[in-house]
Design a protein around this ligand. Sequence first.
Ligand code: SF4
Length: 52
Amino acid sequence: MPSTSFHHALKIDHDLCIGCANCKRVCPTEALRVKNGKAHLGAEFNKEKSPV
Ligand code: SF4
């Protein structure tokens, strides 16, 4: 059965990202962050900040 979930529907290629932040400005759910010149998904960004 095909999945109807869009979880992890976006993957950022950090080799191609130039950190312009256009994706952050237009994302309607504010799911993206730009850190150290590269875009990150909010979940990915929060994982990096996790003390674990
Ligand atoms: S910051 Fe966003 S829009 Fe700009 S290059 Fe990276 S992924 Fe693409």
